[in-house]
Design a binder for this molecule. Structure first.
Ligand SMILES: [Zn+2]
Length: 395
């Protein structure tokens, strides 16, 4: 029988994940339901955008179960129990293996440089305190209004394929910067030192210890320059405002002006010889103007102004293709089971599903010159698979 759209995707996933679905680090003592059924359903739930544990319970109790490759039904309580006890390490390693495989298969060959973006976000609000990752939200008088969670995300960017591949939660008393540093250390350890060329980050990361850490891994760093570095920001502003732009070019309908200079003095604690600063001013057709300053250690001889502009812009991928898609299409904000271990597994599953879906849709299915399918078109095809080509089950 010809495989359905979902059947082909499942075959692809089993192929790229190897035996991970069989041995995912299941911490249950006497499991009744195979881990691959629970984990496979959680991943498919993400891809189908039906990711709540109740939605998955409904799917595996329906005629869709066979199309999902699940042997027998289970309840949402089984998913809660399973995710509390599932080890995050093997899942992180599985995603990294997929991302490394993508590079080996030349998924990024159209771009000269591979970037890693890091950023944090808040997600999964609740009224009451439930877990060690719950941050209280207070008003100016100090009264607790509710609770939320925070996580840092790391993603491959700048390659035409945004692949988010690891998250690190941070609870009260921890910070985005520290969580992102742990992410970066882990990523360099698992992806390998020569996987990426640069790290791109917001201004909050533009401090000497973080910049030193990135350089120590042999990576260039491109960070937004804001007023948290007032001396450098003011010096660069004065320098550039005294001269016309060095380059002007079109990006789509936008006109972009660029100023770029090497040779700024590093601030006291930064051990670089000089700092390069890029300024761009981007004019939108509707009259809006966006201006930003970026700092980098990357020498002009290795990367020109226009390419550096592209690298700086790749930071937006973690916002747009990372957090925005995860929140708007994949329920990142939803707390499926309020336990810190389950929360982490839930967030990792979102990123895992995004990376698998993108590689499948934009690389595996996209051969030749036709337009690649939009994410939602593939979701619709998968949903149709749930209802078709399933023999009537009288049992
Ligand atoms: Zn919590």
């Amino acid at each position: 029988m010809k495989l359905s759209a979902l059947g082909r995707f499942r075959r692809y996933v089993v192929h790229v994940l190897g035996d991970y679905l069989e041995y995912p680090g299941d911490g249950r003592v006497r499991p009744q339901i195979p881990a691959r059924d629970l984990l496979g359903s959680l991943l498919l739930g993400q891809v189908l955008r039906e990711s709540s544990h109740h939605a998955i319970e409904a799917l595996v109790h329906s005629a869709a179960r066979r199309a999902m490759g699940v042997a027998r039904p289970f309840g949402d309580d089984a998913l809660g129990y399973f995710t509390e006890r599932l080890a995050p390490g093997p899942m992180r390693q599985a995603v990294v293996t997929v991302v490394r495989g993508a590079k080996r298969n030349k998924a990024f060959e159209a771009s000269r440089w591979i970037g890693l973006a890091l950023d944090g976000t808040g997600t999964g609000g609740s009224a009451a305190w439930h877990c060690l990752l719950c941050h209280p939200i207070t008003n100016t008088a100090g009264a607790v209004l509710g609770h939320t969670h925070h996580l840092s995300l790391i993603s491959v960017v700048g390659t035409g394929l945004t692949l988010p591949f690891d998250v690190e939660p941070y609870g009260p008393g921890d910070s985005e910067l520290r969580a992102s540093e742990r992410l970066l250390e882990r990523a360099v350890g698992t992806l390998g030192r020569r996987f990426a060329d640069y790290v791109v980050v917001d201004g909050a990361y533009a401090n000497a210890p973080f910049l030193h850490r990135v350089r120590a891994h042999g990576l260039h760093v491109v960070a937004r320059l804001k007023d948290n570095l007032p001396t450098l920001a003011n010096t660069a502003r004065q320098h550039f405002e005294a001269q016309p732009p060095q380059q002007t070019f079109q990006v789509g309908a936008d006109r972009v002006e660029i100023w770029d200079a090497d040779g700024f003095d590093p601030w006291e604690s930064l051990n670089w010889v000089t700092v390069r600063v890029l300024r761009y001013r981007q004019y939108k057709p509707d009259g809006r103007i966006f201006e930003a300053y970026w700092l980098t250690d990357w020498p002009t001889a290795q990367i020109g102004s226009r390419a550096l502009f592209g690298v700086a812009k790749s930071r937006w991928e973690i916002e747009n293709q990372g957090f925005n898609v995860a929140k708007n299409g994949h329920d990142l904000e939803h707390v499926h089971h309020h336990h810190p271990a389950s929360l982490l597994i839930g967030w990792l599953l979102v990123m895992f599903a995004l990376t698998l879906e993108r590689l499948y849709r934009l690389r595996y299915l996209h051969r030749g010159s036709h337009r690649p399918r939009a994410a939602i078109e593939l979701v619709r095809a998968f949903r149709l698979s749930l209802a078709t080509a399933v023999p009537c089950d009288s049992g």
